[in-house]
Design a protein around this ligand. Structure first.
Ligand code: COA
Length: 167
């Protein structure tokens, strides 16, 4: 069985991520969307909130599983019996960082391949940070995140901001 792990912060999931997940699910027998910790970021959504949002939009993809993990990505990939890490590339600017990560992962785990998928052109400018900024400033999220979770994202981003202001 060909299993691939699609890791990310998913803080929150966007239509760009969803596009990669759908395409990867056609290539692999099983895709595990793994919410991991990026030590350079302070998330807005709790891990379980991010998982719940992803699960809600994953409806008709039977070979996709959602999971959370805190630790080294390659250890997680091995634990899951996978050999492939999928990453999305949005623009040339992503390349250097992704190349560095892929080489570091290969150095410590030569048996695991990183596979890059080009992000759909429609989402090449998109990121979770852009979604949060638009939600916080009252901009429309139409077409950027799945409709069914749009209001939850707006509510959470605003609640998070209120909490930060009270500190
Ligand atoms: N469409 C839209 N946006 C996309 C996208 C796509 N197809 N692909 C990526 N993005 C966005 C993400 O939303 C993210 O936006 P943000 O910076 O506003 O949050 C940005 O592009 C960067 O994505 P990515 O490079 O995948 O970073 P990430 O934070 O989502 O995930 C981890 C990074 C979690 C996979 C990485 O930190 C990790 O592996 N952590 C585990 C610890 C570990 O093993 N570290 C050692 C590695 S050598």
């Amino acid at each position: 069985m060909k299993i691939a792990v699609y890791p990310g912060s998913f803080d929150p999931i966007t239509n760009g991520h969803l596009d990669i997940i759908k395409r990867a699910s056609k290539v692999f027998d099983k895709v595990i969307v793994s919410i991991l910790v990026n030590s350079s970021k302070t998330p807005c959504f709790e891990m379980e909130e991010r998982r719940a949002l992803i699960e809600r939009v994953m409806g008709d993809l039977p070979n996709v599983e959602v999971d959370c993990f805190e630790g080294l990505l390659v250890n997680y990939v091995r634990k899951k019996g996978a050999h492939v890490i999928i990453k999305g590339l949005r623009a040339i600017s992503d390349f250097e960082y992704e190349f560095q990560m892929a080489l570091a992962n290969t150095k410590i785990a030569p048996d695991i391949e990183t596979l890059f998928m080009m992000t759909n052109q429609e989402y090449s400018y998109l990121s979770s940070s852009i979604v949060k900024e638009l939600a916080s400033l009252g901009g429309s999220l139409e077409g950027l995140v799945p409709d069914e979770i749009m209001q939850d994202i707006i509510d959470k981003v605003r609640e998070h901001e209120e909490r930060l202001k009270k500190r």
